[in-house]
Structures are given as C-alpha cells and as structure tokens.
Design a binder for this molecule. Structure first.
Ligand SMILES: NC(=O)c1ccc[n+]([C@@H]2O[C@H](COP(=O)([O-])OP(=O)(O)OC[C@H]3O[C@@H](n4cnc5c(N)ncnc54)[C@H](OP(=O)(O)O)[C@@H]3O)[C@@H](O)[C@H]2O)c1
Length: 429
C-alpha cells in the first residue's frame, strides 16, 4: 500500500523547527510503517531566509509570508515552533479558523491564551495539541489525557525547570547561588538572562498547563503562587542536608475538596522521595490519583531534538486521528474554584537566624503553638553569639505558618526575615 502524503508547515525553523524537519526526514520510514502517512515539510516561516540552518529546509520551503502557509492547500497540519505571544498567537488563531490543526511547543502561549485558542479549535472542529510545551520529551500531557482519563488525578508534583534544578543540585556540592548560576550559564543550562527560569515563571506556565489538564478546569498563570530560587542560600542547602532533604524548585498542583491550588516554590524534598533523585537539568512529574496511586515520569525537559520528538509525536497523532478525535479540544470540562492559598496544608521548613540568648527557642515554639503549629524536627547551630534554628513543622495550614512567621520576625532577638518552604515527604510529618 502506498503512503498518504501529508503536507506539514512549520511556524519557525530554529532549534526546534529544524529538528522537527530532521526527525520527519530521518524517521520518515518508521512513521510511514506505523501510520501509513509520509509527513513532508512543505513550508516553514522564518524572519530571515538567508540564515544558515542546522538542517537544510529544502528548495522553496522557507518563507517570510505567513499567508503563504495559511492559504497553501498542501498544508494539512502546522507546528508552531516560533515562540512568543505575538505574532505566534495571531497566527495560531488564523490557522485554526482556516480549519488547519496546530501543534504548539509554546508554553507561554498555551498557558496565557489556551482558553481562547481551545474555544476556536472546538468551534472549528480542529485539533490543537501542546505536548511539547511542557517538559519537552516527557509525554505527560498524553499520559494525563489518554492513559489516566479515569484515574481522578488529585495531585501533580513536578520538577519542571531544568535550569533551577541544575543550580540547586550544584549548590549541594558547595558554593553560592550566584556561583552555581554562573556555572549553569557557562555550561549552557541557563540563558544569559535567566530571569524566566530562576523567578519560577517558566515553571509556573508549565504547572498551569499541567493542572488544567490534570483537573479538567482552567488554571491561568495568575492562579499560580510563584516564588523563585534567588533567595536560596548555602545555609538553607546545608540545613536541608542535615534534615535528610534536598532543596528543589517544585511545582505542586493539588485538588482539595473540589478546589484547586497550584504553586511553584523552593521546597525541601525528603531524600527518599522520587523527586529528590532528579539531578541536574532533568525534569520529572509525579502524578497521584485514586486508581493509579502514583506514577512518576522522568526525562529531558528541554533541548531541540527532545522537544521536536514531542512535536512530531503530536503531528503523527493528529494525522492518525480521524476528525477531531476524542482528545482534540478543550481539556476543561468543569470550573473549579481556587483554594484559599492560606488553607493549603503541608509540613513546612523554617530557617531562623537569631541572637543566641536564653529562651529564644521557647519564645519561637510558643508563638508557633499559638497558631496550632508544632515542631517535628530541629537543627540548631551556634556561632559568635548568633544561632541558626532550622525547624521542620508538622503539617499545618500555610496561612497559620505564615502568620506565626510574621510575628516571629518582629521578635527583637530575630535577626533576619524567616525563610519558609514546604517539605515534601512520604513520611508522615
Ligand atoms: N529549544 C528548546 O529546548 C525548547 C524546549 C521546549 C520548548 N521550546 C519552545 O519551542 C519554541 C521554539 O523554540 P526554539 O528554541 O526553536 O526558538 P528559536 O531557535 O529562536 O527559533 C525560532 C524560529 O522562529 C522564527 N521566528 C520567530 N519570530 C518570528 C516572526 N515574528 N516571524 C517569522 N518567524 C519568526 C525564527 O526565524 P529566524 O530563524 O529567521 O530568526 C526561528 O526560525 C518556543 O516556543 C520555545 O519556548 C523550546
């Protein structure tokens, strides 16, 4: 049987776009064997067609004219691999309205404008897929939407940013945050401007998408409580080690009594927990649900070829699904309220720097107790008339812990603002 030719267009022919083309050419036989389709790149949108490309685009493929792609009858499916919100969002809207299915690797676009894009896709009966927008090669969107469709996932834990994971893993071997970040930049794990990564913004976009898919209810970027890693100091990392944990930037999405909480923040992860083993620039997502208990997916969360493999998988899936398929449209089938962030419960870690005076510890613990918060573990160090107190608190509402910490911060013997972070552990705390 001869293969059905399918015309593919790429919006963008950079790191990911050229890798998508490479995979479609080099794996063309495998794709054809599996699907009966031969996917051919017939158009690719760029800014500068004269630039040298990592994989040749082919004669007449590169164009700077978006309309030439939208209106080309040979184009059956489009991969948006150009990034940014505008014009990428405008182009995706126009393509969907023109009845062309779109696969996107653009987390900012899906996290910010997903609701509108999915509404257009639904109205037009075309597919919009976005696996590559979260954790590149890790097929977590597919697993959530397809494999776990009846699993009632109620918690998603993710290490979804390789740059911050590299920096925090590096700090375990000594050195400051600034030194670890400089090394990440020198090795190509961090951009020259790392703000998006270290501020937690990149992870927040991914967690908004994952929570939306996992809970079937729209989670926007503004719904994600976000803290970055720039406040992490060597003292936190060494105290974490003494407490049997490691510091990681963790995304936590939780469904609590029908309300959604999504946050990205530094957390202390118990060494025996699966996420603690995620070292360097890798990503991992742990899914917890009624029927599945726990599934962890781990792998490279970035990289041109890794991201391209997810784009190609989505392209193949679109081509192999008749009509709109069952996964095609908006994953959101309900509107869940947001949990009051102060009501979110977790064990917490508190780092305090205090004057070494009699009664300080009792003063701190009695203030915690006044908010119904109790201490599970304590490490104390004394030096030059000062003391550090590193406390692990039993599970408590975040609001209660934050209020207690704000009051403790006003004590005359407390030298600096307390540092707070949730603790992730399978052990009851
Ligand atoms: N690289 C990764 O590891 C990775 C991982 C996960 C997700 N992603 C996502 O994948 C997408 C692409 O990333 P990338 O690393 O491949 O980016 P890139 O190397 O900068 O490539 C972007 C491509 O888009 C084209 N382009 C950008 N703006 C354009 C415009 N206004 N008009 C026409 N063409 C335009 C560029 O054209 P020129 O070549 O002419 O400049 C270039 O070919 C982004 O959404 C990114 O977040 C990337």
């Amino acid at each position: 049987m001869s293969a059905v030719d399918v015309g593919v267009a790429l919006l963008g022919y950079g790191t990911v776009g050229s890798s998508v083309h490479r995979l479609l050419v080099e794996s063309g036989d495998e794709i054809e064997r599996a699907t009966g389709h031969r996917l051919r790149v017939v158009r690719a949108l760029v800014r500068d067609p004269s630039k040298e490309r990592a994989f040749p685009a082919g004669e007449g493929v590169l164009t700077t004219d978006f309309a030439a792609i939208r209106d080309d009858p040979r184009v059956t499916v489009v991969a948006e691999v150009m990034g940014g919100l505008d014009p990428a969002g405008t182009y995706v809207r126009e393509l969907l309205r023109a009845g062309k299915p779109v696969v996107s690797a653009n987390k900012q676009l899906v996290a910010r404008e997903g609701a509108e894009l999915f509404a257009i896709a639904s109205a037009k009966g075309v597919q919009l897929r976005f696996e590559a927008s979260v954790c590149a090669a890790i097929p977590v969107v597919k697993v959530l939407r397809e494999s776990l469709v009846v699993s009632n996932v109620h918690r998603v834990l993710g290490i979804v940013n390789g740059t911050t994971n590299f920096v925090l893993s590096r700090m375990e071997r000594g050195g400051t945050y600034a030194e670890a970040l400089a090394e990440a930049q020198a090795l190509g794990y961090a951009e020259a401007d790392p703000t998006d990564d270290v501020s937690g913004a990149d992870a927040a976009a991914k967690m908004a998408i994952l929570a939306t898919v996992a809970f079937g209810s729209r989670v926007g970027l503004d719904d994600v409580e976000t803290r970055g890693i720039d406040e992490i100091e060597p003292a936190h990392v060494s105290a974490a080690a003494e407490l049997g944990t490691v510091v990681r930037l963790v995304g936590i999405a939780t469904l609590v009594d029908g309300a959604v909480d999504v946050r990205v923040q530094p957390a202390l992860v118990d060494r025996s927990h699966a996420l603690a083993a995620v070292d360097g620039a890798f990503n991992a997502v742990m899914l917890q649900g009624d029927a599945i208990r726990e599934i962890t997916l781990e792998g490279p969360g970035a990289g041109g070829i890794e991201t391209a493999s997810a784009v190609v998988a989505d392209l193949v899936s679109v081509v192999g699904t008749s009509g709109t398929g069952f996964l095609q449209n908006d994953a959101c089938w309900r509107e869940l309220p947001r949990l009051d962030p102060g009501a979110w419960r977790s064990p917490f870690y508190v780092h305090l720097e205090v004057a070494d005076r009699p009664g300080v510890l009792a003063h701190v613990t009695s203030r915690l107790a006044a908010h119904d918060v109790s201490v599970a573990q304590l490490v104390q160090h004394l030096r030059d008339g000062e003391a550090t107190l590193d406390l692990v608190l039993h599970e408590a509402a975040q609001g209660a812990v934050a209020r207690a910490a704000a009051e403790i911060a006003t004590f005359p013997e407390v030298l600096r603002r307390p540092f707070l972070a949730p603790v992730i552990s399978e052990r009851p705390l």
